[in-house]
Design a protein around this ligand. Structure first.
Ligand code: F0G
Length: 463
């Protein structure tokens, strides 16, 4: 197949294949298909990605209720298999906003969904479609969160679930979820992209219904993140955010947000100028989207060897790139790579405002800080960072990033001694630092440094 430019324009023509005003369209060749008459994930003719299209697109005043299904006027069904999901907080982050230096910073915490990640929004729709097309075995490849969500929603819908995970590279909380929700878990000696290759094969052979983000219906559910952000930000600020920064793995969310904005523009709910700049963040060790943006590629080039502590986004072949790259470009956004250290630092920063997120989620804030420092993001911008998964998804990463527990003898005196010791060291450091500020005396700095080194050893004794 000769790669062609993805055509993401929403047309007014309703094809004969439409069922109740809903159809599937190939973004490469434009072929249209009935939505539920057969199971297909890509175009029969050219293998391009499919997108769900609608005859009628709603404006904000057509939404009522709460959660994902508040937006059913923009979805293929009235209701789905629900736990329920969506309606996640849009946190203010006053200290971080100041520290990073933007006009306003909000964090949309998708970790507050029922299974602790944004995947629930896609699954409530995807599992409903699985019921519609009459399958009983659901499958996905996953870096962890998709498998947790699929297992829970599959269980809710009374279906069998099969998940393929890269062995040794999935955080503990996610495996625990998939396991308890009764998924059959296959650990593959390979990475996520190789797991996805296998699951796609299984799906093509009719062995299971694929619920990775290659499935266009999953992205319909995830579109509601954008709808919630736009409604809530507008209610609080009287305008829409200038920019949305999000972590990118398979680029499903980036594609879903872009679809959300294209539909809002087409419906006349917002103008093109009001579309936030979509800004993707990847880990340095798994950054094919950043490479494609920097090099001007039409599609990503597969990275065979990927590595990052943010295991959720340890992905080298983002299947939704043909939908997501045009979104980043058309909205005036960008993509940036951050180091694992920057990710951990951002995880601590977000946690310091009381919000607990897993490493991949923190990539959004790390990316924002980097782009702000580089002057790509202006100080007068209003920004929403998406945090995609909960802190408890990856307890090992959280414990490594946080304070180490200090062993203490079983007595009040011993506890008092330890906390006093800690506060007296802290006080010494504070005094030395303020002395050093008054006079540039070397001994003060040295003492402060020694105090800091002592503190560091004490609190990080675990490492
Ligand atoms: N953040 C988290 C916490 C994720 O779990 C994922 C993807 C992403 C970001 C990236 O989102 O793929 O839409 O660009 N996790 C998938 C999984 C791949 O299997 O759970 P994307």
């Amino acid at each position: 197949m000769i790669p062609t430019m993805a055509d993401l324009e929403l047309t007014d023509d309703v094809p004969a294949a439409a069922d109740d005003g809903v159809w599937l369209a190939c973004i490469e060749c434009g072929e249209t298909f009935a939505p539920f008459d057969a199971i297909r994930y890509t175009c029969d003719d050219c293998d391009g990605l499919l997108e769900v299209r609608y005859a009628d697109l709603p404006t904000f005043d057509e939404f009522e209720g709460s959660g994902v299904w508040r937006y059913n006027a923009a979805l293929p069904f009235e209701e789905g298999v629900t736990l329920p999901e969506g309606d996640t907080p849009l946190h203010e982050m006053p200290r971080l906003e100041d520290d990073i230096g933007v006009d306003s910073l909000r964090v949309k915490h998708e970790g507050m969904n029922p299974t602790g990640s944004f995947k629930d929004r896609g699954m409530t729709v995807g599992v409903r479609v699985a019921q519609e097309v009459g399958v009983d075995r659901l499958a996905c490849a996953s870096t962890g969160n998709t498998s947790a969500a699929l297992a829970a929603y599959g269980a809710r819908g009374g279906m069998e679930t099969l998940v393929l995970l890269p062995a040794g590279k999935v955080a503990a909380g996610k495996i625990a979820q998939a396991s308890l929700h009764r998924a059959r878990i296959l650990e593959v000696d390979g990475n996520f992209d190789q797991c996805l290759d296998i699951v796609q094969d299984l799906a093509q052979r009719g062995e299971a219904y694929l619920l990775n983000s290659l499935n266009p219906f999953r992205l319909e559910g995830q579109k509601t993140i954008g709808l919630e952000i736009m409604e809530e930000f507008y209610a609080d600020h009287g305008e829409y955010p200038d920019r949305i920064v999000l972590p990118v793995g398979n680029a499903g969310n980036t594609a879903a947000l872009y679809k959300c904005f294209r539909e809002l523009v087409k419906a006349g709910a917002i103008t093109e100028e009001q579309v936030p700049k979509l800004t993707g963040v990847q880990a340095e060790g798994a950054a094919p989207m950043v490479e494609a943006i920097e090099e001007g590629y039409e599609d990503t080039r597969r990275w065979e060897d990927v590595e990052t502590r943010a295991t959720a986004i340890r992905i080298g072949n983002p299947v939704n790139a043909p939908k997501a790259l045009p979104g980043i470009r058309a909205t005036g956004g960008t993509a940036v790579a951050v180091s694992d250290e920057e990710i951990t630092e951002a995880q601590r920063d977000i946690a310091g405002e009381g919000v607990g997120v897993e490493p991949a989620s923190a990539a959004s804030v790390a990316g924002l800080r980097k782009l702000r420092n580089e002057g790509v993001v202006d100080s007068d911008e209003s920004v929403v960072c998406l945090t995609t998964g909960h802190l408890l998804k990856d307890p090992d990463a959280a414990a490594e990033a946080g304070n180490a527990p200090e062993p203490v003898e079983n007595s009040t005196e011993a506890v008092l001694e330890l906390i006093e010791e800690r506060s007296s060291v802290a006080e010494t450091v504070r005094r030395q630092a303020s002395k050093a500020a008054d006079s540039p005396l070397v001994p003060g700095l040295v003492a402060g440094g020694l105090g800091l080194a002592y503190l560091y050893r004490k609190f990080r004794s675990k490492q």
